[in-house]
Design a protein. Sequence first.
Length: 188
Amino acid sequence: MDNPFDCITEFMFFETGLEPADVILIPGGSHPQPMEKAAELYHQGMAPYILPSGGPTKNVLSTEWEFLREVGIALGVPEEAILKEDQATNTFENSRLSWNVLQQHGILPQKVILVCKSYHARRSLLTYQTVFPRSTKFMVCPVTDKTGITKNNWYLEEQTIKKVMSELTKVGQYFAHHIPNWVQSNAL
């Protein structure tokens, strides 16, 4: 280990390999990079649908979903391939409402690609795993958004350290109470 905080980097900047999936999920945001990556994966045939999630936000004029949809369409993703979830205001709502949308469309995904900000990867994954069936296989495809934060530079500036450490704190706050439920469901 080169730095004492390398374990934080490994934990927070989580990434998996990718394989074809049933849907590509984007947990909201007003940055184009996640949809740019999702569109690229769509065009590679990695999934037949993209489901961006996100409601009204101060950073865009309408909803996060509409912003991300427009980015996808501009990149050649057909409108019918972009599913709609435009009510979520946080990551748990992104996951819960996305699951509802998939069920309404008769899509019960066995495999999912989660495209998210690099420093949000761990919290995104855990949130979606909390809501989706335990049998769902998640593949995580992090992207560098307009903040420029990566696993190689997050620790170089006070502002980016604060952003990543805030995410780390949220992981503990959001999921501590879920651990007993996960342990109990494993015992069954």
